[in-house]
Design a protein around this ligand. Sequence first.
Ligand code: NAD
Length: 343
Amino acid sequence: MTAFVFNEINFDNHEQVVFASEEKSGLKAIIAVHNTHLGPAMGGCRMWNYATEAEAVRDVLRLSRGMTYKNAVAGLPIGGGKSVIIGNPKTDKTPALFEALGEALERLGGRYVTAEDVGTSPADMANVASKTKYVAGLGDRGDPSPFTALGCFVGAQAAIRHQLKRDSFDGLTVALQGLGHVGYDYARRLHAAGAKLIVADIDQAALQRAQDELGAEVVGIDAIYDVQADIYAPCALGATLNPDTLSRLKAKIVAGAANNQLATADIGEACRQKGILYAPDFVINAGGIIKVCYEYLNTPEDGMEAHVRRIGDTLTEVFSRADAEGLPTSVVADRIAEAKFKK
Ligand code: NAD
């Protein structure tokens, strides 16, 4: 087992990986602390019905490492970590489960701070908070999604300036996949800025609303890859940039909120070769973690929106360096992060 963890591609010098369990509640959790050079590790707690423990280990290591990169590039005084609870979020949740997680976090003494993620909710985090103060984003001060959407919007602005040499969205078409918490707000901003929207979702009510309120054109969930658009905005699933979709996309810019958009690392280079400007996901979608971090550290919130808007400047730096060095934007973004957290 140990050999398996240390040899995992995303183990990547994790400082600490803790297997936490508690008999009465049935808690089985893995807490991964990737890097704390910039501050306590922060990243959400995912609850998922993993088929195997190995799958849970792989997921937590990948996500935890990703948080180090995201938090560093966002200029936050926090490191990267993540936790997963093995279990079905629909049937296995109890307050005691999250209280037991809180006790496990307390034993880590603040090296890792958790928050809501896939399969967990602000109510679950309130149960965690009954046992520890090392929990952020309790939901009492609002949803981080609008800030993620703002980051995507300023990121798309940076991308059109760089790639299309223009400031305005007037006359541009955005193919937007996923009209959820982030996607709808991002769509609203794009519409207000003059963009035409082509949208896809599995939620018919969200599609109807986008048609009625934003004049969006609706296409099927697979057809979104084939439409004539200037920007592709993935805001639903991961791994939507792959050899198949790259051969179909007409857009010259990818700017969306979804995590882990590249199916494999080499797709970053494939985008570059196809002349597609890819806004690296962990740079453009950091608005939410910026908000959560400000709340947790009690940083005066008057500077928060400006901090989120700096995502645009960071992306401009990524795009320019990628051009100058002949590298994929994904590689340049990794290097910018590493220069910060490896110090
Ligand atoms: P959400 O669950 O609110 O929205 C996802 C939307 O995608 C839903 O409307 C859903 O119906 C739709 N969808 C599901 N499958 C689809 C498919 N096959 N084709 C098209 N649409 C589909 O999630 P969210 O909070 O808006 O997050 C969206 C993405 O952004 C996720 O990948 C998430 O990890 C990432 N992200 C979110 C935040 C945040 O602040 N919420 C921060 C960083 C990253």
